[in-house]
Design a protein around this ligand. Structure first.
Ligand SMILES: [Zn+2]
Length: 298
C-alpha cells in the first residue's frame, strides 16, 4: 500500500488522517487533549487516535510545535499540554504499530506538505514561510526537507531585521518576527498608540480603514520581511518562495510591496527564475503525512 498516516498534535487536540499517495484523505479521527496530562496518558490518547486508521500503510508522520528532537523522536515540552516532558513519541509508536515513524516540528511539516502537494509542487525547490502568530520557515529541495540540526533549521522569524531593535519572544532584539507577525504587529502598534489589539484581524481592519499608525507598522514590517526573504534567497537560491498561514488572508494589503521589495533587491539571475506567491490550504495532517511520502523518494 502507498498510503500514509499524518498526525497533527495541536493546541487542545490530536488530529490523525490516512492519505493515499495523491494526498487524498481516506479516513480521519481526532481526540481532545486536556490541558494537563502526564506522559503515559498522553501517549495512550495518541495511540487510541491513530489505531483506527492503521492499515498496511507506508508509515506514520507526526508534526507538533517544538521544542522537540526530530532524530530521537522526542517531544521535549509542550506549551499546550502542561505536565508532559521528554515524551518518546517515535519509539513508542514504532513499537505499538510496527511501522516507520517520522517526527518534525509543524512548520517543517507545513513546508513539506506545501512543497509536495501545493501549488508550487512542480518546482525544484521551495522556501515556505508560515506567517501567523510568529514566522515559521521551511526549505524543501528535490522533495526533501532541509531540517537543520535536530529540526532547528530555517528559523527565518528569528533572523535579525533591525540591529538593537524591538525585543522578540526569543529574548533577542530586532528579529523580523518582532516586526511582521501577529505578535509583532500588536506590540509595535501598542508602542505607538497605547492601544492593545487582540488579534491580526483587528490590526488589518485598522489598516483597511486607513489608520495611519497601523499602515506605518505594516509597511515597515513588510520591508523587514522582504529583506529577510532576500537574505534567504541569496543563501538558498530557491526556485519558489511561498507564503502560507493566517496572515496571508490579508495579502492584498502587503503582497504588492513585499514582492516588489524582494524583486528589486535580489540578483537579476535569481529574480528571473524566482516564483513568489501564496500557497494552498494544506492541512496539518497532510503536512505530517508528507514526512512519509518524502522519505520514500530517498
Ligand atoms: Zn527572535
Amino acid at each position: 500500500m502507498d498510503d500514509a498516516i499524518g498526525v497533527d498534535i495541536g493546541g487542545g487536540s490530536i488530529r490523525a488522517s490516512l492519505f493515499d499517495a495523491n494526498g487524498l484523505e481516506l479516513k480521519s479521527n481526532h481526540s481532545k487533549t486536556p490541558e494537563h496530562l502526564d506522559n503515559l496518558s498522553f501517549l495512550t490518547v495518541l495511540i487510541d487516535t491513530i489505531a483506527p486508521l492503521v492499515t498496511t500503510c507506508k508509515g506514520i508522520g507526526i508534526g507538533s510545535p517544538g521544542p522537540l528532537n526530530n532524530e530521537s523522536g522526542v517531544l521535549l515540552t509542550s506549551a499546550n499540554i502542561k505536565g508532559i516532558k521528554n515524551v518518546p513519541i517515535k519509539s513508542t509508536l514504532e513499537k505499538e504499530f510496527s511501522l516507520p515513524v517520522f517526527y518534525e516540528n509543524d512548520a517543517n511539516c507545513a513546508a513539506l506538505g506545501e512543497a509536495i502537494f501545493g501549488k508550487y509542487k512542480s518546482y525544484e525547490s521551495q522556501l515556505i514561510l508560515t506567517l501567523g502568530t510568529g514566522i515559521g520557515g521551511g526549505f524543501v529541495t528535490n522533495g526533501k526537507l532541509y531540517s537543520g540540526f535536530l529540526g532547528n533549521g530555517i528559523e527565518i522569524g528569528h533572523t535579525t531585521a533591525v540591529i538593537g531593535g524591538a525585543l522578540c519572544g526569543c529574548g533577542v532584539k530586532g528579529c523580523v518576527e518582532s516586526y511582521f507577525s501577529t505578535k509583532g504587529f500588536i506590540n509595535r502598534y501598542y508602542e505607538k498608540t497605547n492601544t492593545l489589539l487582540t488579534n491580526a484581524e483587528e490590526f488589518f481592519n485598522l489598516v483597511r480603514s486607513g489608520d495611519k499608525i497601523a499602515k506605518e507598522v505594516l509597511e515597515f514590517g513588510t520591508i523587514t520581511l522582504a529583506h529577510a526573504v532576500r537574505n534567504a534567497v541569496h543563501l538558498l537560491n530557491p526556485e519558489a518562495v511561498v507564503f502560507v498561514g493566517g496572515i496571508t488572508k490579508s495579502y492584498d494589503l502587503f503582497g504588492g510591496i513585499l514582492e516588489k521589495e524582494i524583486r528589486t533587491t535580489i540578483f537579476t539571475v535569481l529574480n528571473d527564475r524566482l516564483q513568489i506567491g501564496l500557497g494552498g490550504n494544506i492541512s496539518g495532517t497532510l503536512g505530517a503525512a508528507s514526512l512519509v511520502f518524502a522519505k520514500e523518494k530517498s
